[in-house]
Design a protein around this ligand. Sequence first.
Ligand SMILES: NC(=O)c1ccc[n+]([C@@H]2O[C@H](COP(=O)([O-])OP(=O)(O)OC[C@H]3O[C@@H](n4cnc5c(N)ncnc54)[C@H](O)[C@@H]3O)[C@@H](O)[C@H]2O)c1
Ligand SMILES: O=P(O)(O)OC[C@H]1O[C@H](O[C@H]2[C@H](O)[C@@H](O)[C@@H](O)O[C@@H]2CO)[C@H](O)[C@@H](O)[C@@H]1O
Ligand SMILES: [Mn+2]
Length: 439
Amino acid sequence: MRMKKFSVTIAGGGSTYTPGIVKLLLNNLDKFPLRQLKLYDNDKERQDIVADACEIIVKEMAPEVSFTTTTDPEEGFSDIDFVMAHIRVGKYAMREKDEKIPLKYDVIGQETCGPGGIAYGMRSIPGVLEILDYMEKYSPEAWMLNYSNPAAIVAEATRKLRPNSKILNICDMPVGIESRMAKAIGLKSRKEMDVRYYGLNHFGWWTDIRDKEGNDLKPRIIEYVKEHGYDVGDHHDASWQHTFQIAKDVQALDSETLPNTYLKYYMYGDQEVAHTDKNYTRANMVMEGREKNVFSECNRIVEAGTSEGTNLKAGDHASYIVDLARAIAYNTHERMLLIVENKGAINNFEETAMVEIPCLVGANGYEPLAQGNIPRFQKGLMEQQVAVEKLVVEAYIEKSYQKLLQALTVSKTVPNAEIAKQILDELIEANKDFWPELH
Ligand SMILES: NC(=O)c1ccc[n+]([C@@H]2O[C@H](COP(=O)([O-])OP(=O)(O)OC[C@H]3O[C@@H](n4cnc5c(N)ncnc54)[C@H](O)[C@@H]3O)[C@@H](O)[C@H]2O)c1
Ligand SMILES: O=P(O)(O)OC[C@H]1O[C@H](O[C@H]2[C@H](O)[C@@H](O)[C@@H](O)O[C@@H]2CO)[C@H](O)[C@@H](O)[C@@H]1O
Ligand SMILES: [Mn+2]
């Protein structure tokens, strides 16, 4: 029987991740056949650079796949089966402000955590809702696989404002860390492991890791992490190297679990601030690194007229989103971490929290796996953090200054309400072109 060929739109076509995802999709046509691939962005100039290179890549790797690029919503979202969404509202210029404003007050400056993540969330909510509404208007049967950050706040906003939408919110940090865990103990792939994990996005823990015969791998991985963190000797850039190494300090807080790397910002915020150059943050590194490299490589491909010898490659980001699309397309019931409404999966935690837990994924969406009760340590931390996420979404919906001040004040990353207010007032000014006017 001939396999159905799918139509995919990448929303945020000008993303630095787009070429990698396009290459991975074209390298997996046997597993996930495509008839059409579209790029959609609201910035034509930016997207065209990526699209012109991707057009050459598609022509050379799979000329039978129709490739188009557009900034027109009707063209971008019609006749599609999946939207792979990775938009960055405000782009890196705003990420830089998200990171540098809190640092002025000796508070962590981070893309998705703390005040930076709150500011980013207030920008991302309307952007993601906009593309989700386009998808539902022009391709009502399609699924949105959303990577756009901050995934925790975007997920809470889509739960509250689009409860019936076909959107799955995902993150590739656990995937990236699991690849490191596997390498640390000599496995070929993270897919040789079955994991139990729970938390909020960028705020979670592994509780059980087994091989396919059911043997417990967690003790060996913990032993490695106690020594090396998640550093497995690869040459990731320095800031990520530090992140992977410091995981050993985060793991030391709970001998029974293995932490998501993002927990360092909540457990060791002051040390992170001390370790950060307030004038040169991660946003600067990525603008001078990934963004510059991807765009110059796209330009090089266009000038050369061929993608032969390109260094553009897919990351965990890409492989995970293709696995997810396949699970839906072929009803595989693959076990994957998703950010979903708790509804009792974590028995002693808020029902409506958007939790990151293993789910079985198939044609009709996901089925969360029960996690039972979580310990006091994690429960206490997660209660505080989920309050931040919910207060941000309420602040957005109600246009409430007070709720957003409460979100910052509740955050474990902000020392007191006075500093919360000072940071908030600066973020309001910096985001005046993006946030709703608060009162
Ligand atoms: N979920 C995860 O674990 C994960 C992993 C990696 C990256 N990401 C996220 O993926 C996104 C893309 O990352 P990047 O570094 O490539 O960003 P980028 O800035 O390079 O690209 C983002 C693109 O989105 C476009 N965009 C912004 N607002 C838009 C809107 N309203 N409609 C359509 N397009 C819009 C921009 O014009 C830009 O071309 C970010 O949100 C990033 O945080 C998430
Ligand atoms: O600072 P950045 O922009 O390089 O990365 C921020 C993102 O970091 C995580 O994604 C990682 C992923 O976990 C890792 O395996 C590899 O693929 O690199 C990705 C991006 O560098 C995190 O999950 C994302 O939410 C962040 O946006
Ligand atoms: Mn993530």
